[in-house]
Design a protein around this ligand. Structure first.
Ligand code: CDP
Length: 228
C-alpha cells in the first residue's frame, strides 16, 4: 500500500506531538517533530551567546553559523519515541525548557532559519510514510500532503497540559507564565511574514479541548483509514 504524508499543524501545546507520535507508531510511519528542530536552533543560539540580554538575536552571526547546526532524531528504546540530537548530542530534555520556549518563536520567524529547516524536513519526508507536526507543515513544507489536520484547544486547557507536563518532568513552572508564553508564541507564529501558522484550506480541524488521549487517537486513526 502506498505510504502517504500526514501533516499535523496547530497552536502551541495542544497535544499535536502526542497525537502524531501515537499515530505514527500505530501505522508504522516515521514521526518528525519539526518544532524540536526550531528548538534545537534556539538552544544553539543560547549556548553560543547569540541571544542578547534584551532577548534580541544576533541574526547576522546566526545566519553565518547556520551551516554548523545539524539536527537529527534517534529512537529512544526506553520511551519508544525519537529524541532530538543537536550536532550529535542528545538534547531532548534541554530543548523542552521554558527558557527555550521563551526564545523559540523569534528564532523560528527568521527566514533563513525557516529555509534551512524546511529543506531538511522536505528531505526527511521525501519518500512519504511520515507524520510531521508543526505550524506550517500542511501549508509550506508539504502542501500536497494527503492528510492534513489542524489542531486547537482553548488557551487555558493548553496551558494546563503544558504546565502538568513540565511539573511531571521536575521542571519549575508557573501556570501564568506558561499561559503567557503560549499566547505570545501563537501571536508571533501567526503573524510572521514567512510561513505563518494558519489552517490549510484542505485541513480537517480537531478541537481536542474535551477529548481524552485515547479518543483523539481514535479520531485520527479513523481519518487516516478514510484517507487511504
Ligand atoms: O510543543 P509546542 O506546541 O510547545 O511547540 P513546538 O512544536 O515544540 O514548536 C516550538 C516553536 O517552534 C513554535 O512555537 C514555533 O515558533 C516554532 N515552529 C515553527 O515555526 N514551525 C514549525 N513547523 C514548528 C515549530
Amino acid at each position: 500500500m502506498k505510504k502517504i504524508t500526514i501533516a499535523i499543524d496547530g497552536h502551541s501545546s495542544c497535544g499535536k506531538s502526542t497525537m502524531a507520535k501515537d499515530l505514527a507508531r500505530e501505522i508504522g510511519y516515521i514521526y518528525i517533530d519539526s518544532g524540536a528542530m526550531y528548538r534545537c536552533c534556539t538552544l544553539f543560539c543560547m549556548e553560543q551567546g547569540l541571544i542578547n540580554a534584551d532577548g534580541s538575536i544576533q541574526t547576522d552571526e546566526l545566519e553565518r553559523r547556520m551551516p554548523e547546526i545539524h539536527v537529527s532524531f534517534q529512537l529512544n528504546p526506553e520511551t519508544g519515541r525519537p529524541d532530538a540530537y543537536l550536532n550529535g548530542e542528545n538534547v531532548e530534555k534541554r530543548i523542552r525548557t521554558m527558557e527555550v520556549s521563551s526564545h523559540v518563536s523569534p528564532v523560528a520567524a527568521l527566514p533563513f532559519v525557516r529555509a534551512a529547516m524546511t529543506a531538511q524536513q522536505q528531505e526527511m519526508g521525501s519518500k512519504g510514510g511520515i507524520v510531521m507536526d508543526g505550524r506550517d507543515i500542511g501549508t509550506a513544507v508539504f502542501p500536497n500532503a494527503e492528510l492534513k489536520i489542524f489542531v486547537t484547544a482553548s488557551d487555558e486547557i493548553r496551558a494546563q497540559r503544558r504546565y502538568d507536563e513540565l511539573v511531571a518532568k521536575g521542571e519549575e513552572a508557573n501556570f501564568d507564565d506558561v499561559l503567557a508564553n503560549l499566547r505570545e508564541r501563537d501571536r508571533i507564529d501567526s503573524t510572521r511574514a514567512v510561513a505563518p501558522l494558519r489552517q490549510a484550506p484542505d485541513a480537517l480541524v480537531l478541537d481536542n479541548s474535551h477529548l481524552t488521549i485515547p479518543e483523539q487517537k481514535q479520531w485520527l486513526i479513523d481519518r487516516f483509514k478514510e484517507r487511504i
